[in-house]
Design a binder for this molecule. Structure first.
Ligand SMILES: C[S@@+](CC[C@H](N)C(=O)[O-])C[C@H]1O[C@@H](n2cnc3c(N)ncnc32)[C@H](O)[C@@H]1O
Length: 155
């Protein structure tokens, strides 16, 4: 008997997180945007997240919030065949306007004081930037990246 071949959408997933975050107040808003825009998970690297009122919806109750000790730990636990995308205002970064988001990826942002260190940038598979000569707030930058992903609907 012939069986119908089922088709599963390959619409992928993404995670988003911050390296060595210093101020919890800065990322609560990012967690909220991440959940609303469809993140599969959120994470910190090198600095644990402590609950903060700026995450008004308690995102950690809705999607997993992981903590990675350092970049080795993050890279060791990247999901299979998933790109690590650094988000940083850097000359080598691709302008988001022309960027095609990978189907499966993990976005990594820097902290408010010092951004992504050079050695961390060097370990990202891809690097993207938003327009402007000056840095945006980390939650604002992350939210814009996720909105751009949603508009472009990677497949
Ligand atoms: C306030 S910024 C860090 C600024 C830091 N003082 C510096 O000079 O690098 C915090 C984070 O937001 C993200 N970000 C802010 N503006 C950005 C932009 N225009 N393009 C890409 N990422 C940006 C980056 O992940 C950055 O590490």
């Amino acid at each position: 008997m012939a069986r119908l071949k089922q088709q599963y959408p390959a619409n992928g997933f993404f995670g988003i997180g911050v390296f060595n975050n210093k101020e919890q107040v800065n990322i609560g808003t990012l967690w909220r945007s991440a959940y609303i825009m469809g993140a599969a998970f959120i994470f910190t690297v090198d600095s644990k997240y402590k609950k903060h009122t700026s995450d008004v919806i308690n995102t950690w109750q809705k999607i997993p919030l992981f903590h990675y000790r350092d970049m080795d730990d993050l890279i060791d636990h990247l999901p299979y065949d998933t790109r690590l995308v650094g988000v940083e205002l850097d000359d080598r970064a691709v302008d988001i306007a022309t960027y095609q988001h990978p189907c499966r990826c993990v976005y990594l942002l820097g902290n408010e004081q010092s951004g992504l260190p050079r050695d961390v940038i060097a370990r990202c598979h891809q690097l993207i930037k938003l327009p402007g000569e000056y840095s945006l707030n980390v939650s604002v930058a992350g939210s814009i990246v996720l909105y751009d992903r949603q508009l472009k609907k990677p497949t």
